[in-house]
Design a protein around this ligand. Structure first.
Ligand SMILES: Cc1ncc(COP(=O)(O)O)c(C=O)c1O
Length: 415
């Protein structure tokens, strides 16, 4: 069966795309169709400008003075507020710092600290592994605390939520399947039994509208190197609802979270507000790169991002199923666009080889063991014609059996 949509229709979609001009704000190599912005976002000249300024003017010329004159010290909170606008957080509740893994450790401890008589952490069995590893680490420091998992201890997360649960750590979008959770509904369910909830927004910040305050979320964490394009290893973020600020204590009590960091006191006194989630000195150059990336979002309508994301992913599924359906591919994630993040995964028994062959032909997605080929669609710089061309290459690789070439079996890190 051939797809009902043709190239002319796809080009017309690009011509009518209100986000089309955003692509010019990014650097994309010739000959590459980049469908991995859900792993590492593309670079942007605005990011390089910030990096250049921070290094050559502020660091080189202002030296130590730049902590004040260039606002370096306040950047975690300033960037947090800027990012907060993209995740539905009023100012003063988001801070940019550390890594997602470290921030999970901090918020899980903080949440359990305000539910001291509860001994259960709930998470998803198919969560991104670091979430589980960090939850295990937190549980190991609190005698009697156990980790219960969706898919292991009960089929659904809802069935695990009861009065013993202190905190639920849950992904807004599943990294592998792209399944999107209903944030407001699950948060409400947690609160009905007095549990707190931490949302992992790694696959939604910058991918679709997020409404943390409106959903009454307690905490959230996420990274900035995927859809927010902050660059490799860019600092992560923490959101904590204002109502918890006076009660929370996080265990990484470094001097940046102290109430009076420059008083150099002998013992720790937690700072006020979201600053208490900070630990130590932050990577200023990476923060400045992130600022360049976040500035781009000042000109972006998140509703348009979501609309295009659903259209891109719908188109990809439609074309793959029409043109590659005979070659053993099976849709792994949701068919309903409203239940999907900005990514699409297909299962293929030789997915690793297929992805290696695609990458060699310039179509960059990624592979997740044992058999998922995963494609991310970043509405700011992926167009409808990219989708068309990517499917043409995929069809060719499958039809000709090019993926069977021996060199594609050699394991390298496909991230
Ligand atoms: C859902 C999720 N959580 C956490 C992480 C990674 O955390 P970190 O930045 O600490 O490596 C990822 C990375 O892909 C992720 O997808």
């Amino acid at each position: 069966m051939r797809a009902t949509i043709d190239l002319a229709a796809v080009e017309a979609m690009d011509a009518a795309d209100p986000l089309r001009a955003m692509r010019d704000r990014f650097i994309l190599p010739e000959g590459v169709i980049y469908l991995d912005g859900n792993s590492l976002g593309a670079a942007a000249p605005a990011v390089f400008n910030e990096l250049q300024k921070a290094a050559t003017q502020e660091w080189a010329q202002d030296l130590i003075r730049a902590w004040n004159t260039a606002g370096w010290f306040d950047m975690p909170v300033a960037l947090g507020d800027q990012l907060g606008r993209l995740i539905g957080a009023e100012a003063g509740q988001t801070v940019v710092c550390d890594t997602t893994s470290i921030n999970i450790y901090k918020v899980l401890h903080a949440a359990l600290g305000i539910r001291p008589n509860r001994s259960v952490i709930v998470a998803e069995g198919d969560s991104f592994p670091t979430d589980l590893y960090m939850a295990e680490g937190v549980a190991s420091t609190r005698p009697g605390t156990v980790l219960r998992l969706e898919g292991v201890d009960a089929p659904t997360i809802e069935e695990l939520i009861d009065e013993r649960v202190g905190v639920i750590l849950v992904n807004h979008v599943n990294y592998k399947t792209g399944q999107l959770r209903d944030m407001a509904a699950l948060t409400c369910k947690a609160h009905q039994v007095g549990a707190l909830i931490v949302w992992d927004l790694c696959h939604t910040a910058g991918a679709l509208p997020v409404e943390l305050d409106a959903a009454n979320a307690d905490f959230a964490i996420g990274c900035t190197y995927k859809y927010l394009n902050g660059g490799p290893g860019a600092p992560a973020f923490i959101y904590a609802a204002k109502r918890h600020h006076d009660d929370v204590h996080q265990p990484l009590s470094g001097w940046w979270g102290h109430a009076r960091p420059f008083a150099f006191e002998q013992s720790y006194a937690a700072g006020s507000g979201i600053r208490r989630f900070l630990c130590g000195t932050q990577p200023v150059l990476s923060m400045r790169a992130l600022k360049g990336a976040l500035d781009i979002w000042d000109d972006v309508d998140m509703a348009a991002v979501r609309k295009k994301s659903i259209a891109l992913t719908d188109l990809f599924i439609q074309l793959v199923e029409a043109r590659c359906g005979a070659y053993g591919l099976e849709l792994e994630g949701p068919r309903d666009g409203n239940a999907r993040g900005s990514q699409v995964s297909f299962l293929h028994p030789h997915g690793y080889r297929v992805m290696r062959a695609l990458i060699e032909r310039g179509v960059i997605g990624d592979f997740r063991a044992p058999s998922t080929i995963r494609f991310g669609f970043t509405p700011l710089y992926v167009g409808y014609k990219d989708v068309w061309q990517a499917v043409e290459v995929l069809e060719d690789i499958l039809r000709t059996g090019a993926w069977q070439e021996a060199r594609f079996a050699v394991k390298t890190a496909v991230t």
